[in-house]
Design a protein around this ligand. Sequence first.
Ligand SMILES: Cc1cc2nc3c(=O)[nH]c(=O)nc-3n(C[C@H](O)[C@H](O)[C@H](O)COP(=O)(O)O)c2cc1C
Length: 172
Amino acid sequence: MTGTDNTGTGTGTVLVAYGTTNGSTAEIATAVADVLRTRGLTAEVLPARSVTDVARYDAVVVGGGLYAGRWHKDARRFVRRHRALLKERPVWFFDSGPLDASASERDIPPVRGVRRAMDRLGVEEHITFGGRLEDGAKGWVAGMILRSGKGGDFRDFGAVEKWAQGVADALK
Ligand SMILES: Cc1cc2nc3c(=O)[nH]c(=O)nc-3n(C[C@H](O)[C@H](O)[C@H](O)COP(=O)(O)O)c2cc1C
């Protein structure tokens, strides 16, 4: 990868861009970046909608919350807007969604739109992490889900760390 010196210490800059409504995907993105940094990479975490320049990054991780079977719109727009530059870089995708233990128990395939984006960009790696929905979440549907007792925090930060280590290993 460009920006890697010959001492075995990666010096490339990785962008971790996320689309979130209620903040839980942002926290996963931060955890991913923390692991990359402990592995000697430089990582920047940014809301996907605020990224203007992808050219300055050597690799990109894109994460999005799942809403009604789709990736968060900021993640979708990010991928559309920066398609040409993303195609030229190693890219990883993650989702945060299921409000149960399923994501910790088995691999959850990407939703259709994410699969399509992966095919277009040549993205190999994708993972779905559990989600979080707790009091204070935006929107009446969120309120309904919470009232029906289906909220909670199902994010598995051990799994996030392990996945991010794989990203770091691939980049070194
Ligand atoms: C209106 C609504 C729709 C949702 N739809 C899905 C879905 O289709 N698939 C899924 O796995 N999780 C779904 N979830 C759960 C969210 O993906 C989960 O809460 C996620 O962690 C939200 O990310 P965020 O906090 O970054 O916005 C939904 C949650 C809400 C409130």
